[in-house]
Design a protein around this ligand. Structure first.
Ligand SMILES: [Zn+2]
Length: 239
């Protein structure tokens, strides 16, 4: 095979491998997000329960306060009883006392309900926490595998990029620029095989004279259809 052609083909193989690695590396954050979503789905019931617990505790604290101040109000109203002179005043006071009592009872009912729910949460929250921790441990393995995949891809990419740089230094600038130009115009594919007398880039028949030139390998041959650099693939070369 022509020496320049060999270099360009090697360069193209490197470029394709570098592109593939770059693409694979781009998938890593996506895979990481999928893992995160899995964990947070398992974490959600626990977080929900925890925030319910917190808001119930707050509510209960304010209910306790309300109950205490209603009790105080009832006590003060009761103290006024002996001072009452008229029936009207008496029934107004009774009404007020009754209202305070009802309000206190409502608050006590609610505090009781909150207490029951808090007892329930006291049992379920540790279970939910355990479940979440188990899920986190399961995905820890997945995270580790993903991290080492990312490390391996990065290292491989670095190696190929260095290799490419060395190769670029060995290729004559004119040929390197020509390759870059064709690749940019032809979707990253500057060098293509001829198989069965057909260019595998544009699928136009290659003149027998050019196929013969390829066999001789004395010069670089271009496709007359797509202007790509041509090479004979192994099977065709043997035939
Ligand atoms: Zn072609």
């Amino acid at each position: 095979m022509n020496a320049i052609l060999e270099q360009l083909l090697k360069l193209q193989r490197l470029d394709i491998a570098i592109r593939t690695l770059g693409h694979d590396l781009q998938q890593i954050p996506k895979k990481s997000r999928i893992i995160d979503a899995k964990v947070s789905a398992d974490r959600e019931p626990f977080d929900k329960g925890l925030s319910e617990k917190e808001s119930l505790e707050k509510e209960r604290a304010s209910l306790d306060q309300a109950i205490a101040s209603l009790e105080e109000k009832e006590r003060k109203l009761k103290l006024r009883m002996p001072e009452i002179r008229s029936n009207e005043e008496y029934s107004a006071l009774l009404k007020e006392m009754d209202a305070a009592k009802k309000e206190r009872e409502r608050a006590e009912d609610q505090a009781l309900k909150d207490g029951e729910r808090l007892d329930e949460l006291g049992k379920t929250l540790p279970e939910l926490d355990q479940k979440y921790k188990e899920s986190e441990a399961r995905v820890a393995e997945e995270r580790k595998a993903l991290k080492s995949e990312a490390d391996r891809l990065s290292a491989e990419l670095l190696t190929l990029q260095k290799e490419r740089q060395t190769l670029q230094g060995a290729i004559k600038a004119g040929w390197f620029n020509k390759y870059t130009h064709i690749a940019a115009q032809r979707n990253g594919l500057a060098v293509v095989a001829v198989r069965g007398g057909t260019c595998q880039g544009c699928f136009i028949s290659v003149r027998p004279k050019l196929v013969q030139d390829l066999h001789y390998g004395e010069e670089v041959v271009f496709c007359e259809g797509c202007q790509r650099v041509l090479y004979l693939d192994d099977a065709a070369a043997k035939a």
